[in-house]
Design a protein around this ligand. Structure first.
Ligand code: ADP
Ligand code: MG
Length: 585
């Protein structure tokens, strides 16, 4: 056996590192700003022990563009570098003073870590020129120039500004965009606007206050909204927000927003932006949020989330996953708070969050436990009831096997008339018109011992039953009517007493069969299976007296109208016949 050591041909490797270090070319600016900010931060840390006088406000990172020269300058007045530091850190890739410094001084505001950031300047520049002067008394300013190959030059220079570092990029022709103010401002704002050291682009400050770091008790409702507009200038106001502040399992702060759902809301996964020490890192956070909360968006900041060099792909480790549990708990807490302090607001909010809460309940039992008392049902007459409140309305429909019957409508416009019959008898009819509702209803049936019936279900109609006293027709007459209706409709026809004020007939579907078919057909209306006629309705007496089939045709259309099945042409025929029947002949 033989052992050996892998050799590296550095000149050959450099162009590869240069090209593949980061996926986005614009991160070079983030890295240069980060270095400037680190340099200022170090000066602040060293100042007291080394007797340097600095005012925090005087420290800054400035970005200046020279469009005609295709140059970009990033300049700071931080610690600067000595010749030795240049040799140790700038000219050795993957050497970082930032990590050493942070460890030595327990300094938590230092951004650098991997010692790769500076080299990213060569992704966009043919040549990089650094003029730097160390804060140490009597330091000589130095100019370091490199084209990103293994060669560089280092010489004495002058730095009229004194202490600090200027990094001048001679942009390569592909990346001349970074000599444009608007582009540079865009990139600088994206990455660096929440940093605590002042950042200037062409003389104007880009800094904004990172609201998530404030204590929630000191932040006003309006501040959250303003902050939202800052993050998402194009969007409508959010429905609600959650301010996160956690120490365990990882230290994390942030603000998450829930969007208002509108017909034009795009239900895409929303970006959640991750910041580390005030610097924007990525909005590709993968599955940090539970699936049913992916509509939440906003900012989170943590120094504990493990990052790799490229920093754009987050390593999802178990602690990050626990975080998703925490966030889901926090969302439930926040909703509870709104429900208990401002019921009206909560009911308005429900329109936006309801579908997702229901989805979460179906998906995850833990979440369901957490939100069961927060879940509302909306009735067709626009009342919002918690599940507990809804239960009290179900007493009247309690069946033998211990379960109660609840009624719902999937299409309030079509089934509204039928639903009104149930509501007039005191049975609330709940709205179940979102995609998640069929699943949610089945889920609630299982856990709450409720049997849900759509208002046009065969089994539902018996709850509409009326007074037995006046039977309306004799057995013989009923038989005549039933047979005539069967011929007319081709459906199974049964009698049911619905009272003289009740409808003449109802078109019904069998609940279980309908649900089954719907799960297969997707979107297509399932055909009715049965017509019940109400012998107590006076229209049948009219038919028997006149033997005019139009009365029964009218009954048929009426039933279809009630269940929303009567379409254009039929509807016109109905109206015409209605007019004919009512006009004295
Ligand atoms: P990192 O920031 O992760 O340490 P970089 O490649 O970005 O790695 O920088 C390497 C080192 O170069 C830094 O640790 C620091 O010592 C030095 N450096 C880079 N830019 C500056 C600057 N603007 N001022 C002072 N030192 C700098
Ligand atoms: Mg750096």
């Amino acid at each position: 056996m033989r052992t050996g050591t892998l050799g590296v041909n550095l000149p050959g490797l450099l162009p590869i590192i240069r090209k593949y270090l980061y996926t986005h070319s614009d991160v070079f600016l983030r890295e240069l700003i980060a270095n400037g900010v680190d340099a200022c931060q170090k000066l602040l840390t060293l100042a007291p022990t080394e007797g340097i006088e600095v005012e925090k406000d005087a420290l800054k990172v400035e970005i200046i563009v020279y469009p005609s020269k295709k140059q970009l300058l990033v300049r700071d007045n931080g610690v600067g570098m000595t010749e030795e530091e240049i040799e140790r850190f700038l000219t050795v890739i993957a050497a970082s003073s930032a990590r050493e410094f942070a460890e030595k001084y327990k300094e938590t505001d230092i951004i650098g870590f991997f010692g790769m950031g500076f080299y990213s300047a060569f992704m966009v520049a043919d040549q990089v020129e650094v003029v730097t002067q160390s804060y140490r008394p009597g330091s000589q300013a130095l100019r370091w120039v490199s084209d990103g190959s293994e060669n560089y030059t280092l010489e004495a220079a002058t730095r009229p500004e004194g202490r600090g570092t200027s990094v001048l990029l001679h942009l390569s022709s592909e990346y001349e965009e970074y000599a444009q103010i608007w582009r540079v401002r865009q990139v600088a704002e994206r990455y660096a606007r929440f940093l605590s050291i002042p950042i200037y682009v062409e003389g104007s400050s880009i800094n904004q206050k990172p609201l998530w770091r404030e204590h929630p008790s000191t932040v006003e409702e309006s501040d959250y909204k303003k902050f939202y507009t800052l993050l998402y200038p194009q969007r409508h106001e959010p429905a609600f927000y959650v301010h996160l502040n956690i120490d365990y399992p990882i230290a994390l702060q942030g603000i998450l927003y829930f969007p208002t759902l509108r017909p034009d809301t795009v239900l895409e996964q929303n970006p959640l932006s991750l910041y580390v020490r005030g610097m924007f890192i990525t909005d590709q956070l993968g599955d940090i949020l539970p699936e049913y909360l992916r509509l939440l968006h906003g900012v989170i900041e943590s120094t504990d989330i493990p990052l790799n060099v490229s920093r754009s792909q987050l390593q999802v480790d178990p602690s990050v996953r626990k975080l998703s549990q925490y966030i889901s708990r926090k969302v439930a807490e926040k909703l509870k708070e709104v429900l208990h302090t401002d019921r009206q607001r909560y009911e308005k909010l429900w329109e936006h969050v309801g579908p997702f809460i229901k989805y979460g309940m179906v998906r995850e039992e833990d979440f369901a436990q957490r939100v069961q008392d927060l879940c509302l049902v909306e009735t067709l007459d626009q009342r919002f009831l918690t599940l507990a409140e809804y239960r009290t309305h179900l007493k009247a429909t309690k069946g033998e096997k211990g379960y109660s019957v609840g009624f719902y409508a999937t299409d309030p416009a079509k089934q509204g008339a039928l639903a009104a019959l149930f509501q007039s008898k005191g049975y609330p009819v709940i709205k179940a018109d979102t995609v998640i509702d069929p699943y949610w209803l089945s889920y609630i049936e299982r856990r709450e011992q409720i049997r849900f019936l759509r208002v046009d279900a065969e089994e539902a109609s018996k709850w509409l039953e009326g007074d037995e006293k006046d039977q309306g027709l004799t057995m013989e007459e009923e038989k005549v009517v039933r047979e005539a209706l069967e011929r007319l409709t081709g459906l199974r026809v049964e009698r049911q007493l619905l009272g003289a004020e009740g409808p003449a007939a109802l078109l019904l579907r069998e609940e279980a069969a309908r649900r089954y078919q719907e799960s297969l057909l997707r979107g297509e209306e399932v055909r009715p299976t049965q017509l019940v006629f109400n012998p107590q309705h006076p229209i049948y007496r009219r038919y028997l007296l006149t033997q005019d089939i139009r009365w029964l045709e009218h009954v048929w259309d009426w039933a279809r109208l009630l269940s929303g099945d009567l379409q254009d042409k039929d509807l016109q025929a109905f109206l015409k016949r209605d007019w004919g029947l009512l006009s004295p002949s």
